[in-house]
Structures are given as C-alpha cells and as structure tokens.
Design a protein around this ligand. Structure first.
Ligand code: HEC
Length: 115
C-alpha cells in the first residue's frame, strides 16, 4: 500500500467515527431539563459553592459519600453530581430551582472549573 492510500484510508476512518458520533449526539435526552447552550462564565465560588453549601452539605459534609465540602470533592464527583441534580434525585428531601439546576449543569459541562 502506498502512502497516499494509507492517508486516504485513515481519513475515511476518521470521517466515519466523526459522523457516527454526531449521529449518537442527536439522540433525544431524557428531556427533563432543556439542553440549551451554556453560559461558560459561571463562577464556582460565586454561584456553585453557595448552592451546594445550602442544599447538600447538611448530608454530604463528610460521612455521606460524596463529600461535597470542597472544590475537589465536588469536581472529583462532577458527573455524579450532574446526574443526581438534573434528575432531581438530589437534594434528598429538598429541591433546587430550575435556575440552580441549570447553573450546576452548565458549570459542570463547561469543565467544572475552580473559578
Ligand atoms: C437529606 C440528606 C441529603 C441531602 C440534603 C443531599 N443528599 Fe445526596 N445523597 C444522600 C444519600 C443518603 C445518598 C446515598 C444514596 C441514596 O441513598 O440515595 C446520597 C447520594 C448522593 C450522590 C451519589 C450518587 C451516586 O452516584 O452514587 C450524589 C452525587 C449526591 N448525593 C449529590 C447531592 C447533591 C449535589 C446535593 C445537593 C444539591 C445532595 N446530594 C443533597 C443524602 C442527601
């Protein structure tokens, strides 16, 4: 096989993978929360930490996994937190506003930065 056909084959494979992943992204989500584009400037310190402090650490303050007292505790469990919050499974015995849920979802989907 010459170099050109190797490049061509590689391109075809890459293109197929790209097309395939676009296809799967189009699938409908559960539809509980709107999948709008996220504000990527949400601040952990100003917006996220206060929501977690008032709604989560009464239980997740050390003994109950995950420990959500610190940035590390939250960011290390970001996917779990996202799932539980978007599902409204957490906070157990309480609730968050749609705006609070969106803030947490978008902050995590923007990389869960310590900002
Ligand atoms: C009243 C107590 C209570 C509060 C408040 C609470 N949780 Fe929980 N959480 C639990 C318990 C108990 C579990 C263990 C799993 C279960 O029993 O559902 C849990 C489990 C979890 C888990 C782990 C789920 C998994 O993947 O195994 C996450 C993540 C979580 N909570 C996030 C949160 C967040 C985020 C908040 C605040 C918005 C919150 N919780 C508020 C009691 C609480």
């Amino acid at each position: 096989m010459n170099i050109l056909s190797k490049i061509k084959n590689t391109l075809i494979i890459v293109l197929s993978i790209t097309l395939f992943s676009c296809e799967t992204n189009v699938e409908e989500d559960s539809g509980i929360v709107d999948e709008e584009s996220c504000d990527t400037t949400i601040s952990f310190a100003a917006s996220i930490k206060p929501i977690i402090d008032s709604n989560c650490i009464s239980c997740h303050g050390g003994s109950q996994f995950p420990d959500l007292r610190t940035y590390d505790g939250i960011s290390n469990n970001a996917d779990r937190v996202r799932t539980q919050v978007v599902n409204r499974t957490m906070p157990q015995g309480g609730s968050l506003s749609n705006e609070e849920i969106e803030l947490i979802r978008c902050w995590i989907e923007s990389g869960a930065l310590n900002n």
